[in-house]
Design a protein around this ligand. Structure first.
Ligand code: ADP
Ligand code: ZN
Length: 721
């Protein structure tokens, strides 16, 4: 072929046609650079006939500039790009960028220059900035821009230090090989249940065929040890494995266990990788030398040379859903990737998403069950504390039975965990004198007081400021009152009740980086913490054998607001956090504070009746035409100009398609009607299973002209509303 059609990595452009330069050879999937006007664009040579576009006359075609020396994008990955763009109503180019730009990996030299401190060297003249930088850069190495981010000074300041020999350049080879993982490094003894499940998965890996599995195992059943067996098998076969994890905080724990099992660390992929590591990983993945890749959702779109297995751990987690750019759900896309690659995929969870469980119960996925905890540990005993009967005192949040539970654990030298899914000290701060409430100027949200950092912050846009001494409205001093509890306030309460207890707050504020998460785990394992007070971050993954009491401070919190998944999410969060108790030799106890002990989900938690809860919830979804029986999508229009976006939404509403199998609700102000200074309007679309939802959305939206200030976001299968 001499004419090729490119998928170019620029969403504003459609597919473009080119001819080959003299002596150039390409195939479908080749990554190329092409001229465009006075500039160039990067693109992927696409399969003939699969991208629509105008037939340009052959004499007008320009020649491709060069072929980028990376392996061509494979056919399965090209099909995945097409499927993702189609299903999530996203531009093909935006999806292709997730594959190619993710590594900043295209071509480039095979070495890079990084910088690090020279031990003991000092600048001729010390300034506060230099001092701070030298302090923060101990043990760090990276390109100057990254070091500037870490140290909070400009690259100019760092360059000054380079000139004075305080910071030195080091040449780093990008393609340094990773230490090989050994499938037989340390073979654990599996329980009978684990052996049965592992055996099925190993066979599936050997078969090299698409098969989706739901690994449904109670907390502490050893799901990780079990799925390590098919991972080992893939390694023996020389194939790559992708393990998706929902949080960086979980990765530390996983890395340790992986090294114990395989004798080497896996290759990591997440947003805080430094650029050299990112390029190294991308290249090793595309060439096949990276064996096991553990990553966040974006790892799903990497160009694996030779993928043999995908595992999605804690597959019910909402962080697998991406909520901006291409709005995809990595759990669902991983099943599609496995289908195109013709390999098995394992969704592992103790509290599967209702959709996943439905697929397993209806036979679409193969269900594998680990019914009991490993090593004879018992599931914890769960008790409800009815807050209408056991009212905590004013300004207190822990009821007497929970306080007594904590006291008993402290006396016995055991650990406790208190769960409240609210960061900071208090969710709302107001003025006692005039009633002024601290609200974010950019968002429909209150500012949250953080006492540990003495800041008021918006959890939506990241706005932050000091806590003022006096009310900005009435000027009264010392008049601010905190309303309601966050984890920091609960930690204060515990400290007041038990002054000798070692209390630690565990949230994304305190465990945000891998290093801090590792420190926290080490401290908890060394039993240097008596009471952990944490958000959803501590509900999963952690394994602290001495932790015997879990207290849920407010089980009703997530049930407010009537969200589609409120009950399911509450079940998952509480069951997961309950699963942290009694994982060792000592039995665990879970105390759940609630004002609604009769609510279906709360009663099911108390009775340990997961199947009963899922059945009731499934029926409710069936009646509501909600997933998995019907489908939902949302369209979010946003603009800095409220009138403009309201007018556009109204116009779009008038042009709505009239169909029997697709119902369109709205427009209405979105739940976050103002977010990061943009006003937002929303349509909700409910479609029957058989309707052409995506086609309807595309036709409807493409018939409209949107002014440049208005952004249009389509969310297919929104997580919540
Ligand atoms: P889950 O993810 O199912 O909640 P984990 O994988 O965290 O459970 O396992 C719980 C604990 O039991 C971990 O400390 C794990 O190392 C241990 N464990 C599980 N299976 C085995 C096994 N076969 N041999 C040794 N230890 C195991
Ligand atoms: Zn805000």
């Amino acid at each position: 072929m001499n004419r090729v059609r490119l998928l170019v990595l620029n969403a504003a452009l459609g597919p473009l046609d080119y001819k080959l330069a003299q002596g150039m050879a390409v195939e479908a999937g080749s990554v190329v650079v092409a001229p465009l006007g006075p500039r160039t664009v990067t693109g992927v040579v696409w399969d003939e006939g699969r991208l629509p576009g105008a037939e340009v006359d052959a004499s007008k075609l320009r020649a491709l500039r060069e072929v980028v020396p990376v392996p061509p994008i494979s056919a399965p990955l090209r099909r995945l790009i097409e499927w993702t763009a189609d299903y999530y109503c996203a531009p093909l180019a935006s999806v292709a960028r997730m594959v190619l730009s993710s590594g900043g990996a295209l071509g480039g030299p095979s070495t890079t220059t990084e910088y690090r401190l020279v031990e003991g060297a000092l600048p001729e003249r010390m300034t506060p900035q230099r001092e701070a930088a030298i302090d923060l850069l101990q043990g760090e190495q990276g390109i100057l821009r990254e070091l500037a981010d870490i140290s909070g000074v400009s690259t100019g300041v760092l360059r000054g230090l380079v000139n004075q020999g305080v910071i030195e350049p080091v040449t780093v080879a990008i393609d340094r090989p990773y230490s090989p993982a050994d499938p037989d490094f340390h073979q654990p003894t599996l329980s009978d249940d684990q052996m049965r499940v592992a055996g099925t998965l190993v066979k599936a890996v050997e078969k090299r065929a698409f098969e989706p599995f739901l690994l449904d195992g109670v907390t502490g059943s050893g799901k990780t040890e079990t799925y390590f067996e098919p991972v080992a098998q893939a390694l023996r076969m020389g194939r790559q494995v992708l393990v998706l994890l929902p949080e960086i905080a979980l990765t530390e724990n996983f890395l340790t266990r992986f090294e114990q099992r395989f004798g080497a660390a896996p290759v990591q992929w997440h947003s805080s990788l430094k650029s050299t590591e990112r390029r190294r990983a991308w290249r090793a993945i595309s060439e096949g030398s990276a064996q096991v890749i553990v990553g966040a959702r974006s790892a799903l779109f990497l160009p694996y040379a030779n993928l043999g297995l995908i595992v999605v751990d804690e597959a019910h987690e909402i962080s697998f859903k991406q909520d901006d750019g291409v709005r995809y759900n990595a759990r669902d896309v991983s099943v599609m990737r496995a289908r195109f690659e013709e390999i098995p995929v394992v969704l592992a969870s103790a509290t599967p998403a209702l959709e996943s469980l439905h697929m397993a119960n209806s036979g679409t996925y193969t269900k594998l069950v680990l019914p009991s905890r490993f090593g004879g540990a018992q599931l914890p005993q769960i008790k409800l504390i009815d807050l209408t009967l056991h009212k905590p005192g004013a300004g207190r949040w822990l009821a007497q039975p929970l306080v007594e539970g904590l006291e008993a654990r402290l006396g016995a030298g055991e650990q406790s965990l208190l769960f409240l899914n609210r960061r900071g000290y208090a969710p709302l701060t107001l003025c006692r004198n005039c009633g002024h409430r601290f609200q974010c100027p950019n968002c429909s949200a209150w500012l949250v007081e953080h006492r540990l950092s003495r800041r008021l912050s918006c959890h939506h846009c990241g706005l932050e400021g000091p806590v003022p001494e006096s009310c900005p409205e009435c000027g009264e001093a010392d008049c601010l009152v905190a309303c309601g509890p966050g984890v920091e306030r609960i930690a204060d309460e515990v400290a007041e009740l038990f002054p000798d207890a070692r209390v630690e707050v565990a949230t994304s504020d305190t465990l945000g980086s891998p290093e801090r998460a590792a420190q926290f785990i080490a401290k908890a394992e060394a039993r240097a913490i008596d009471v952990i007070v944490g958000t959803q971050l501590v509900t999963k993954g952690f394994h602290f054998p001495e932790l015997t009491l879990v207290g849920v401070v407010d089980a009703d919190l997530g049930l407010e607001g009537g969200d589609l998944r409120a009950a399911e999410r509450t079940y998952q969060q509480v069951a997961q956090v309950a699963g942290r108790a009694g994982r060792g030799a000592k039995p665990g106890e879970v105390l759940i504070q609630t004002r609604h002990p009769e609510a279906t989900v709360i009663a099911a938690l108390a009775d340990g009746d997961r199947d009963g809860f899922y059945e009731a919830e499934t029926e409710a979804r069936r009646e509501a035409g909600a997933p998995p029986f019907g489908r939902w999508a949302a369209i979010i229009l946003s603009s800095e100009d409220e009138r403009e976006v309201r007018d556009v939404a109204t116009r779009l509403g008038h042009a709505r398609p009239q169909l029997d199998d697709v119902m369109i609700l709205g427009p209405a102000p979105a739940p976050m009607a103002l977010l990061r200074n943009r006003y937002r309007y929303r349509f909700l679309i409910n479609a029957r299973r058989t309707a052409n939802l995506q086609g309807t959305l595309r036709d409807w939206l493409s018939a409209q002209d949107f002014p440049p200030g208005v952004r249009v976001g389509v969310d297919v299968d929104p997580y919540s509303f």
